[in-house]
Write a protein that binds this ligand. Structure first.
Ligand SMILES: NC(=O)c1ccc[n+]([C@@H]2O[C@H](COP(=O)([O-])OP(=O)(O)OC[C@H]3O[C@@H](n4cnc5c(N)ncnc54)[C@H](OP(=O)(O)O)[C@@H]3O)[C@@H](O)[C@H]2O)c1
Length: 285
């Protein structure tokens, strides 16, 4: 039975990146749809659910992408409501690569220290990638300082995280000049997940954090998000600190993305969201 992946993108044009990965991950055919909303997704979903017999439904799967991560979450909810009984296909959500990138970053950190009880900081923690990295660190039992330029945004993100993760130890923090020292104090892991081209820390700033063990910069667009961390860094030691750059994390991210697509076709009821993709990433390690 041919493997069919149905790509629902919340942007007008389905992402080329997601299409290439789908083909490289072994899909036989890819049906790509752009401009997908919670209103127009239901009939398209019916097309995926009702065309093949129950025993063959595992060979059809849905991928949700697009630049709006919250729209992706809403779409997943609507798709799950459309399924009933055994009439369902597996679904993965990875809007703008947020879940696979966050899972890869957290997995890189986990190679170098136990995350349970670790002190971590996510700079740019209000964005799609940073928020999910903070979520996964909290799932692993780390204390997370979720930092934003605006404390109200950090507080709102922390409140959402507490709803998502039972017992999450998350604290709002600031990336402003006045708040930065308190944000970094005692950090063992720092993940920089700011918008492309945003530099959060100078080399002197991160070198002054004596407790620091792992530094991860997800921004690939110059200047570096963490000065002195090169995009290609992959467990590269700099002044005694293990560093990863965007490309260093990107290899693992691609591996996770392809493995997730592969897993979609193992049954007709897989739901690969932030936590499930993280679990898969841990198994790959
Ligand atoms: N390596 C990979 O494989 C990979 C894959 C996907 C994405 N990425 C990278 O991961 C990073 C995060 O992606 P994203 O989509 O989550 O980013 P995003 O939504 O564009 O930005 C994340 C956060 O950055 C903060 N920010 C925006 N402009 C800023 C500025 N001028 N100064 C300081 N902070 C600013 C904002 O937080 P506040 O407004 O709350 O301060 C925002 O929520 C990006 O650099 C992206 O390119 C890497």
């Amino acid at each position: 039975m041919k493997r069919l992946l149905v790509q629902f993108d919340t942007d007008p044009h389905p992402a080329v990146f997601d299409r290439v990965v789908a083909i490289d991950a072994g899909c036989d055919h890819l049906f790509s749809y752009g401009g997908i909303t919670t209103e127009n997704v239901v009939s398209l979903c019916h097309g995926a659910m009702f065309t093949r017999g129950l025993q063959d439904l595992k060979s059809t799967a849905i991928f949700i992408g697009g630049s709006d991560a919250e729209a992706g979450v809403e779409l997943l909810k609507r798709i799950q409501e459309t399924f009933f009984g055994p009439m369902r296909v597996s679904v993965m959500v990875d809007s703008n690569g947020c879940n696979t990138t966050a899972a890869a970053a957290v997995q890189c950190a986990a190679r170098h220290l136990p995350l349970g009880g670790a002190e971590s900081v996510v700079l740019g923690g209000t964005g799609p990638v940073g928020f999910r990295a903070a979520q996964l660190l909290a799932v692993e039992g780390a204390t997370v300082r979720l930092a934003s330029r605006y404390i109200e945004r950090a507080e709102a993100a922390c409140a959402r995280l507490r709803q998502l993760v039972d017992g999450a130890k998350v604290l709002p923090a600031e990336t402003s000049d006045e708040g930065l020292a308190a944000t970094l104090d005692g950090a063992q892991v720092i993940i920089a997940a700011g918008a492309a081209g945003v530099q959060f820390l100078t080399g002197d700033e991160w070198r002054s954090v004596e407790s620091l063990k792992v530094l991860i910069d997800l921004n690939a667009v110059p200047p570096a998000g963490l000065q002195g961390v090169e995009p290609g860094d992959k467990a590269t030691e700099r002044d005694g600190i293990v560093c990863y750059g965007a490309l260093g994390v990107g290899g693992l991210k691609m591996k996770i993305h392809k493995a997730a697509i592969e897993q979609l076709f193992s049954a007709n009821d897989r739901v690969l969201d932030t936590v499930a993709i993280h679990r898969l990433a841990s198994e790959l390690a």
